[in-house]
Design a protein around this ligand. Structure first.
Ligand code: F6P
Length: 320
């Protein structure tokens, strides 16, 4: 393979730049030319590609966001859009494509592979950690650490004012960010979409805390578990506590990636190019039990996201 392209798609995630850097530099090492595609599939359809060199990715490993920009493309969900995308690659003699994104982006990558034979390698780039084929997605570790820092700050002020705060974190249909940030932030309650929300139980935990002398508290609410307004209303009605709420929102998507995300992104980026060099395509690359793995994208996406029941139970014990 002589020429490849790389793009980031869907919601950005810290570590995407480290992955782009790894793709560009590994390709360069193997004397393969690399195009960077601007704005994900949207830019690909519009033919927005630029040649990249080792230097194009200097000073990027520590930066959040994505230097290639990203988008959620409506056009790419159509056959015609994907045809245009495939043509934009073949017009430039591009034989392989690395897609860094979440499940929707990897699904699109698979369509491009199946319908037009584009050799695509997918890397898991999302803060949500909701892809079952990989233990970790690029960006998750940073997002969780950002959430923990925010929870630490909230604990200070909640403790001063003797309040309880409901902190809403991202994750779409996944409770991974909530579970990990909640446990590591010492939350009193963690609400995740993988478990039914029982307001009576939450209220009794908070009331019990009050009875044993706790004057403040943290409830971490995954955005997919229940609407924030509903949670506030239901808990206010059931407790006599001074309740406040904070939505962490997009703050979780930014910031300098942690060591874990930089290393993960670098390892996966290197492997993606090695697979393309071997003329392979249609594969999703991830990490399982510490080892880099590659499996057909369709198979990878069919694996249900893992929810750590044991960790969830341990978090409950520790919050009592
Ligand atoms: O998938 C990443 C994510 O940040 C989710 O956690 C969140 O629900 C969603 O993207 C927000 O999407 P948008 O950037 O389109 O608002």
């Amino acid at each position: 393979m002589k020429r490849i392209a790389v793009l980031t798609s869907g919601g950005d995630a810290p570590g995407m730049n480290a992955a782009i850097r790894a793709v560009v530099r590994t390709a360069n090492y193997h004397h393969i030319e690399v195009y960077g595609v601007e704005r994900g599939y949207e830019g690909l359809i519009e033919g927005d590609l630029k040649m990249m060199s080792r230097r194009s990715v200097s000073d990027t490993i520590q930066r959040g966001g994505t230097i290639l920009k990203t988008a959620r493309s409506e056009a790419f969900t159509t056959y015609d859009g994907r045809r245009k995308a495939a043509e934009a690659l073949s017009d430039r003699g591009v034989e392989g494509l690395v897609v860094i994104g979440g499940d929707g982006s990897l699904r699109g990558a698979n369509d491009l592979y199946r319908e037009f034979g584009v050799k695509v390698i997918g890397l898991p780039g999302t803060i949500d950690n909701d892809l079952g084929y990989t233990d970790r997605t690029i960006g998750f570790d940073t997002a969780v650490n950002t959430a923990i820092s925010a929870i630490n700050c909230l604990r200070d002020t909640m403790s001063s004012h003797e309040r309880v705060v409901v902190v809403q974190v991202m994750g779409r249909r996944s409770g991974e960010i909530a579970l990990h940030a909640g446990l590591a932030g010492g939350a009193e309650v963690i609400l995740v979409p993988e478990k039914p929300v029982d307001y009576d139980e939450v209220a009794s935990i908070l009331n019990r805390g009050k009875a044993v002398g706790k004057t403040s508290g943290i409830v971490v609410l995954a955005e997919g578990a229940a609407p924030l307004e509903e949670t506030m209303k239901e808990l206010s009605e059931r407790t006599g506590l001074s309740l406040k709420s904070t939505v962490l929102g997009y703050i979780q998507r930014g910031g300098s990636p942690t060591m874990a995300d930089r290393v993960l992104a670098s390892r996966l980026g290197v492997r993606a190019v090695e697979l393309l060099k071997e003329n392979k395509g249609g594969l999703a690359v991830g990490v399982k039990n510490g080892a880099v793995v590659a499996l057909p994208i369709g198979e990878a996406l069919a694996i249900k996201p893992f929810f750590d029941e044991e960790l969830y139970e341990q978090a409950k014990i520790l919050s009592l």
